[in-house]
Ligand binder design. Structure first.
Ligand code: AMP
Ligand code: ZN
Length: 463
């Protein structure tokens, strides 16, 4: 079997993947900030992470998957305007600005997120970790950084001194580390532009922050990056295998996670950093702040199956931009329905098509070349030599990676009454009784089926 290779952002090249310990892979994916519905751009990242997890499982690894839920207010927003996303959401929904409302809101959107990923056939992590349940661990980690001399205190918080860490910014390449990294919090007293906050004191403009805890640096709340550092290391150990997220996390969030992890432990923390490219719409990154976002529910309301969106994602490599358009989802839905209909005709799975499987998994193990793997799926569909039962066997294997529900497709039994109506219509057409034929077609359609005329007669399909 071809060895699994993954592109590692840290080394900027494809590397052969080997777990740190035996066959178990420690896998951390940055989860949602639950202040609103996820948009389909966010969901692109979770689809990529799901495919990667499936590929690891296919390679016989046991994956221990941890994903956080950011349910604590943060002075971080993708608009970079310093407004707390959660606080903004409370205002938007007309809720009281208190911790209880905030937690309720977080619960509601976390539930919606879990429903979205289920519809996309994304498997849940082994453990969801909520930020608010781990403040103790965050404080402990900050203290370790403090003890090792990486922090300094100002009147509004405790900061990480990025000038103290020799290779700060190695994930992004130093020159690429945006100066904005430091501008996310109002902080007049910062020493270096890239310094970032570990603990925010409930003073000044943060005086009325609704979610606060006691800490050695006064009452306040944690910075955003510390939560992922604390939770990933708590459940996966100080050195673990893979950490994922969208590419926006490279210059700030993940760069700062590395700083905190290594500041505390003084050793390498993560072997592979894997990042998914953006979903773009109208040439801009899909995002809440730009206002150009679509939710999964909008797709559903327009008649698209969530798996058609998954299919659309599989057509583009995860490290390339994916441009969203309605035409593209339409085409993806048509292709998926065609695939389902084809698979439905195959007999019970038997044997499998070894040559196709070999090239399919070779593509998959080459840094998740799923677009190529999808091409192989269609080559197999078109293969005239191989029997349906063999194709079916291979498709079931392929679907362990693709997650397109091919295992659930069932041969539809058309009711006798519908077949009779279709036959009557055929006869009416032969008799040139067009009105009667039309009426019979309508009857079939109102019962949820369609008749397709082919060169060799008619075919009935479920609408
Ligand atoms: P957030 O809830 O903002 O932390 O985002 C959740 C995940 O979605 C993160 O891994 C982001 O990197 C990712 N993300 C945000 N916008 C996009 C986008 N337009 N395309 C793909 N991934 C995105
Ligand atoms: Zn994170």
């Amino acid at each position: 079997m071809e060895k699994l290779k993954l592109y590692n952002t840290l080394s900027r090249k494809k590397e052969e993947f080997k777990p740190i310990k035996g066959k178990t892979v420690g896998y951390y994916t940055c989860g949602p900030t639950v202040y609103d519905y996820a948009h389909i751009g966010n969901l692109r990242t979770y689809i990529f992470e799901d495919v990667l997890k499936r590929v690891l499982v296919y390679n016989d690894y046991k994956v221990k998957h941890i994903e956080n839920i950011t349910d604590v207010g943060h002075l971080v927003s993708d608009a970079d305007d310093g407004e707390d996303k959660m606080m903004r959401a409370l205002k938007r929904e007309g809720l009281k600005p208190d911790a209880k409302s905030l937690l309720k809101l977080a619960q509601q959107y976390a539930k919606a997120f879990k429903e979205d990923i289920k519809k996309l056939n994304i498997s849940e992590p082994d453990k969801w970790t909520k930020a608010t349940d781990h403040v103790k661990e965050m404080i402990k980690l900050i203290k370790q950084n403090e003890k090792n001399g990486y922090t300094y205190e100002t009147k509004d918080g405790l900061y990480f001194d990025t000038s103290k860490l020799k290779d700060y910014g190695k994930l992004a390449g130093l020159s690429k580390v945006s100066l904005k990294a430091g501008s996310r919090v109002s902080m007049g007293d910062k020493k270096n532009p890239t310094d970032f906050v570990l603990w925010i004191k409930a003073v000044g403009e943060n005086k009325d922050h609704v979610m606060v805890w006691d800490s050695p640096w006064g009452r306040g709340f944690p910075g955003w990056h510390i939560e992922c550092s604390a939770m990933s290391m708590k459940y996966l150990g100080e050195h673990f295998d893979i950490h994922c997220g969208g590419i926006d996390h490279i210059p700030v969030h993940h760069t700062n996670e590395i700083a905190q992890n290594e500041g505390a432990t003084k050793k390498k923390s993560v072997n592979f950093w894997c990042h998914g490219e953006f979903l773009v719409m109208d040439k801009k990154r899909m995002g809440k702040s730009a206002g150009n976002f679509i939710t999964l529910q909008t797709l559903i309301d327009k008649g698209y199956n969530p798996l058609a969106y998954r299919y659309l994602n599989l057509q583009t490599h995860y490290r390339q931009k994916l441009s969203f358009s309605w035409e593209a989802v339409e085409a993806a839905q048509n292709a998926l329905e065609k695939l389902w209909a084809t698979v439905a005709e195959y007999d019970k799975p038997k044997v499998g098509c070894a040559e196709y499987e070999e090239v399919f998994f070779k593509a998959v193990n080459d840094d998740l070349n799923i677009p190529k793997a999808l091409g192989i799926v269609w080559d197999l569909v078109k293969d005239k030599e191989l029997p349906g039962h063999a194709k079916m066997q291979s498709f079931l294997k392929f679907d362990k990676i693709l997650g397109l529900g091919l295992d659930k497709v069932k041969k539809e039994k058309i009711p006798e009454s519908i077949i009779k109506l279709a036959k009557d219509r055929e006869k009416a057409r032969a008799d040139k009784a067009w009105d009667k034929a039309d009426k019979l077609r309508q009857q079939v359609e109102t019962k949820g089926y369609i008749i397709e005329d082919t060169k060799t007669g008619f075919e009935i399909k479920k609408r």
